[in-house]
Design a protein around this ligand. Sequence first.
Ligand SMILES: Cc1cc2nc3c(=O)[nH]c(=O)nc-3n(C[C@H](O)[C@H](O)[C@H](O)COP(=O)(O)O)c2cc1C
Length: 382
Amino acid sequence: MVGTAYHCAGADVLDGIHHAVSKSETVKQNSPDNTAKQLRGRNNAMTDLSTTYMGVKLANPIIVGACGLTSKAASIKALEDAGAGAIVTKSLFEEQVQVERFKFDEDLEKYNYRNAEMVEIFPNTTYEGPKEHLMWVREAKKSVKIPVFASLNAVNRDTWIEYAKLLEETGVDGLEVNLFSPPGDLQTRSDLIEKSQIELVTELKRTVSIPISVKLSSSYTNVLNLITLMDYTGVDAFVLFNKMFTPDIDLQKNALSSPISFSSETDIRMPLRYAALLEGAVRADICCSTGIMDGEQVLKMILAGATTVQVVSALYRHGVSHISTMLGSIEKWMEANSHATLADFRGKLSKQNVAELWAYTRTQYVKIMMNPDEIINNAPVI
Ligand SMILES: Cc1cc2nc3c(=O)[nH]c(=O)nc-3n(C[C@H](O)[C@H](O)[C@H](O)COP(=O)(O)O)c2cc1C
């Protein structure tokens, strides 16, 4: 079994039980031959980019996040060839599961509205149903030697549990629990949302034995506390953060639109800050996501305390081969700074390791706000 056997009741978690959970020492050797080959092929004598993520050995810290590129066998192979340390497959969504269920429901009338919505989102249901997804994830896992993590974004408890088990059976190395669920009503209490998410993660940890990562939004009142409570459940990693894809209004058509917006490089500051605050404070691994465009930004995340990063927008912008460029920049910087391994500098600039007492807190904000003239003087002239 990979990961920890530790579980605690979700309800108790909210009461703030503080268990000391020692992290599993088990390192899952994902195709050791291949990992070694990748390490030999990639790294020169000076630098070793290998790391572990949720107990799984990775040749380097760059994971390709869930997206269109990780939803096709050909592009997954290209990602492996470009040097990706691992991939997260495109999520299986609750809507795909529901479409399948509606298809078999004799009393479709009662679901008319919901069914229409589902069919609009997934017009090609024949190809995108959950069975096809599971089959495809199984194939994806077989087609590459790098670790493959599956991603699930359900809504109903039963779907979460059923499909977590089914995804585990595909042979993937771990499960990413994508908690993307922006609030849509004015009544649901925020503490109850958090409670149910902690209970869900607790139950998922009991359900599957592969490692579990939780991909979170940063939009909680105190995401640090939520992460701390989830950490007690024995979850293996936190992905900081989910990108908020929100609707826009198309003025030509006078209608809503759903644009995909890629990240920009300044987006790294939010995950960077939280990684730095969490490093050493949680037992789970920290994986930074959103806005990572080049090797230098990967280095910043590791200095803040991440063990791995996820990239998506950078690959849509610059192509899959950009992974290789990123790895080259990381190696170059490590050589220039005489670092042989990532562990040599991981967390060196986390909150607990910087001398500045108020680092990563309100101080930076106040400094910026108190010196607007200096900022305006240095700003590019528009
Ligand atoms: C085209 C596209 C498809 C995506 N699909 C998924 C998905 O299926 N599941 C998921 O959790 N995130 C999905 N994401 C979000 C990415 O995994 C990632 O969290 C986000 O793009 C931020 O990372 P980035 O700044 O490197 O792009 C998608 C992003 C894009 C651009």
